[in-house]
Design a protein around this ligand. Structure first.
Ligand code: UDP
Length: 342
């Protein structure tokens, strides 16, 4: 496994009490995706048994290839929406969903259903086992927010017919379904609203690309960096170690007073500044190409993480420049196997 990932996994594991996961059977849907594979890797190292379910629509087998044959790890290529087995599990992480805006807008039905039917499959499996559930919701559940930093109590500003609605409303419905299982069956559910996470394994190519991974790939290749609009829109980018440790700390609480928590970074960054930082860190000669803003893009995203920090005694600790440097290093080490032009 790559050096950067190995070091980062050690950092995550060092922040978690292993007893919460040792010997537990854990279902991870979307386990070969970006965050899913980090969760599988972390938990295998904490002596959990993992069933990783993924239809490989956006997740890539390469992310979990090294776990093949490792004791306690099982991979099942299956669609979470039609998943019908009922293995014994203590915990369920539901992460299966297409996450990249341009990609999920090409597959809106699949995206909405992964967070509706797929969530139902996973919640039902958890109910049969009396297992604890982690639902990977998103800052997109807030839509285009008007309150910053955005607390969990903010109800959102979402257009059910907007360009991003399959994902935004999908995540909102997924949350509502978690609450329904909680209220009706007493299921122990933990909903994490994850704000733009990044790091090694974030897909970069074509429609799957996210701002950070795409800009890094473009910078490394000397291609134009594609900034949408004037780049004044902001995001708060959370390095993967912070996202995963926050998520696992949430799942390791014996009891949680809160059904939902924001997990994200507190540093707000303009997209143009991000592009320039990546260019500088990569010593890249790339130009910046200003392209039209895609419909439905949001201007600003910044979480209020006060509740999360208090409840989990967690704080996102990786500065953006440090996380970018590590991600860039990882992508550079893959240079020969980087995906083709897009
Ligand atoms: N973005 C951009 N160029 C790209 C990809 C993204 O300027 O090639 C911008 C996009 O407009 C958005 C931000 O970067 O405002 C973050 O985009 P991303 O796709 O990573 O995720 P989002 O937060 O929009 O879900």
């Amino acid at each position: 496994m790559d050096q950067i990932i190995r070091e980062d996994l050690d950092a995550i594991r060092g922040s978690i009490d292993p007893r919460a996961f040792q010997g537990k059977s854990v279902m991870v849907s979307g386990g070969s995706g970006f965050l899913g594979s980090w969760i599988c890797d972390t938990l295998i190292g904490l002596d959990s048994r993992i069933i990783c379910v993924d239809n490989l629509s956006t997740g890539v087998f390469e992310n979990i290839d090294h776990l093949k044959g490792v004791k306690g790890f099982e991979f099942e290529k299956a669609d979470v929406c039609t998943y019908s087995r009922s293995p014994k599990v203590d915990m369920v992480f539901h992460l299966a969903s297409r996450p990249a805006p341009e990609d999920y807008q090409k597959h809106p039905v699949e995206t909405a259903l992964a967070n509706a039917t797929g969530a139902d499959r996973m919640l039902d499996l958890a109910r049969k086992n009396d297992a604890r559930v982690f639902y990977a919701s998103s800052s997109e559940a807030y839509g285009d927010p008007e309150v910053f930093p955005t607390p969990e109590s903010y109800e959102g500003k979402v257009n059910p017919l907007g360009p991003r609605s399959s994902y935004e409303e999908g995540k909102r419905f997924g949350e509502a379904l978690c609450k329904a299982y909680h209220d009706e069956y007493g299921l122990d559910v933990r909903i994490a609203r994850l704000f733009n996470s990044y790091g090694p394994r974030l897909r970069a190519e074509g429609l799957y690309g996210r701002a950070i991974s795409r800009f890094i790939l473009q910078a490394l290749r000397g291609d134009d960096i594609t900034v949408f609009g004037d780049g004044s829109q902001t995001r708060s980018f959370c390095y993967v170690t912070d996202t995963v440790s926050g998520s696992l700390l949430f799942m390791s609480l014996d009891r949680s007073s809160d059904l939902v928590l924001n997990i994200g970074a507190k540093e707000e960054c303009k997209i143009l500044d991000l592009a320039e930082s990546i260019k500088r860190l990569a010593f890249s000669e790339s130009s910046i190409d200003f392209l039209p803003v895609p419909a439905g893009d949001h201007m600003r995203r910044l979480p209020d993480t006060g509740r999360t920090e208090k409840l989990l005694r967690w704080t996102p600790s990786t500065r953006l420049d440090v996380g970018l440097e590590r991600t860039l290093k990882w992508f550079s080490s893959k240079k020969t196997s980087l995906p083709g032009p897009f």
